[in-house]
Design a protein around this ligand. Sequence first.
Ligand SMILES: [Zn+2]
Length: 390
Amino acid sequence: MWYFRSPQMVFGEAALEHLDTLAGKRAFIVTDRTMVDLGFVNIIADHLQQAGLRHAVFSRVEPEPSLQTVYAGATELAAYAPDWIIGLGGGSAIDAAKAMWVLYENPDLSLEEINPFEPLNLRRKARLIAIPTTSGTGSEATWGAVLTDTGEQRKIAAGGPEMLPDIAIVDPSLPAKMPLRLTADTGMDVLTHAVEGYTATFHNDFTDGLCLKAIDLVFEYLPRVIKNGTADMEAREKMHNAATLAGLGFGNSMAALAHSLGHSLGAIFHVPHGRAVGLFLPCTIEFIRRGETPTRFYQISRFLGLPAATPAEGAESLAQAVKELSVAVGQPTSIKNALNASQTDFEAALDTLVDRAEADSLITMGARIPTTAETYRLFRYAYEGKAIDF
Ligand SMILES: [Zn+2]
């Protein structure tokens, strides 16, 4: 038995107008300072007013939201007693909104106690709307929330199936203002979600089509957005849709090895998430294809029309296409070029990098699980940007 979960999806031009139809009394917007400065919070507020809802705003969510921020926001949220919670922003704001919602409905719970196996009894007080302003994490379509325990310097995966947003509003006018570097980083995250969602061991018939479509959209439209910028609203809209499709795909299957390596690199050297996982994606394709018949990568290559006379050739073609896309959108293809750190710093951190990657459960979700020695080699090869040959 398996499940497929999805929010109600509202997408396309003027999707934000869906807010005009909300029934309720009070909405609580969880967001960050940039969303206020860009005028996005005011736009949302105007729509809520159309619906006759009052609103309050918590705009102190930081990138990689801390437990402290979530507790602080949850206190304000509980005092306001909304019937709608709106997460507005990138993955950080949406994840923080999910976690604050859990505390609102369960005031005695601590964030460390959230896990997929405990009922949270959400939706007794409020429902959640996710409005992504970047095209990347897919958090609007998943039930996970990644928080940071700043005291312990560790990430906490605080997720449960009930934390899936009720409504995801995927309006392309919001990511149109994303800087191009952020667009490239988040775009590579979309591609990694979709490729891993399609090839992880939890892949299934319900997610395959979503992942393939997202991969196709990224290859076609990410270079176009980088080339044309905000002028190309069609490409922006396609990338925004791709992010949510990939979120729905991997959110109902799983991410894998590139995410475990990328999480580790990102946490230690502060490489943006999408840049880190995108850098590892071709390495992990090459690594997995040497462990077993790469049927799944082959299927992706065939879908994209890449050279794929054999499964091995298909996997190699896909790895190569990912590298070429990275170059085309200005992303680094080696850790060396991604870091503001010397090789000595990298070598000094290598034991911790490997430890953290192995502690990340996603490392077990790929079709080939690396040994500790292989994980060291994966990091070393990725440092140099060398093709994996083991
Ligand atoms: Zn990701």
